[in-house]
Design a protein around this ligand. Structure first.
Ligand code: ADP
Length: 267
């Protein structure tokens, strides 16, 4: 048997087949030893394929000889597998992976080209939520965010064009967090802060993706990464804003496992 691992900055993703059924699981990267123990216990004789920034570090914790592959190629392969398994086919698209940080790729056929990225990603969501609202658990952030109101934190185009007709939709964000200094005494809750943090991340990764889509003349943008898991608000910001900018978004189910799946399937 074979096992695919993606040892990421925040989460370790594992993929393997159990009686032809694809099994997927995750461990926090801070508990790398627990993941290594799991491998020793369940995959003593398995062929281990690894990818991700911490693959070499993880390799030292297990006795197996492992194959390490490029994470971008593994991720692309995994995405193509998930697409075909779900009966979807997209010839060429922008792939935006919102992990700890955000990486953006152009995928055509079976080949990916890295377009760029931004340091604004899931790690930013965790860090800013901790600093601003004292909320540091992912589960708490995504549970609280939908209760938040961005109105007293983010400056909209309509705030600037108050009383006149704006040249772009007034509902667009003109300045993330820009309202804070304009209405310094407004009451703001922890939920408001995390909602605005998610808004900042969603709008930033979407904007970068849209520029990439224009550069490569494609209209489909596929989003993956654990940042989207159970995170209805991030999903909504990204879907709505991508559509508004004239592209077709898809948030791929289990997309955060693409690297592990790609590693599993490689060679
Ligand atoms: P990486 O490969 O860099 O670890 P992921 O695609 O796994 O990236 O995404 C990591 C991000 O996912 C975190 O920064 C956080 O925003 C979010 N996340 C989702 N679930 C969890 C979790 N259980 N623990 C920590 N972060 C999580």
């Amino acid at each position: 048997t074979r096992v695919g691992l993606d040892v990421g900055g925040t989460l370790i993703k594992i993929a393997y087949y159990n009686n032809e059924k694809l099994e997927l699981l995750k461990f926090p990267a801070v508990h790398m030893d627990a993941a290594a123990e799991w491998i020793q216990l369940h995959c003593a004789h398995a062929e281990i394929h690894m990818t991700g920034g911490r693959a070499e570090m993880f390799q030292k914790l297990i006795p197996h000889s492992v194959l390490i592959m490029n994470e971008f190629d593994a991720t692309c392969r995994g995405v193509l597998h998930l697409l075909s398994e779900s009966g979807q086919s997209v010839d060429s698209f922008i792939l935006t992976n919102v992990g700890t940080g955000t990486s953006i790729h152009y995928v055509s056929g079976k080949v990916q080209t890295r377009v760029g990225g931004t340091g604004v990603g899931g790690g930013t969501m965790m860090g800013l939520s901790t600093l601003l609202a004292g909320i540091s658990r992912f589960e708490d952030i995504v549970r609280l965010a939908p209760e938040g109101d961005r109105g007293n934190i983010d400056l909209k185009v309509s705030h600037i064009y108050e009383g006149s007709e704006p040249p772009i939709p007034g509902d667009l964000t003109a300045s993330n967090f820009g309202r804070v200094v304009q209405v310094p005494t407004a009451e703001r809750t922890a939920a408001d802060y995390v909602a605005s943090v998610i808004g900042l991340i969603g709008e930033t990764v979407t904007t970068a993706s849209i520029f990439a889509a224009a550069q490569y003349s494609v209209s489909n943008v596929i989003y993956i990464g654990s940042s989207f898991v159970d995170n209805a608000m991030l999903q909504e910001v990204v879907i709505d804003y991508t559509k508004l900018r004239g592209a077709q978004p898809l948030i791929l189910t289990n997309g955060e496992f693409s690297g592990a799946i790609g590693a599993l399937l490689a060679f």
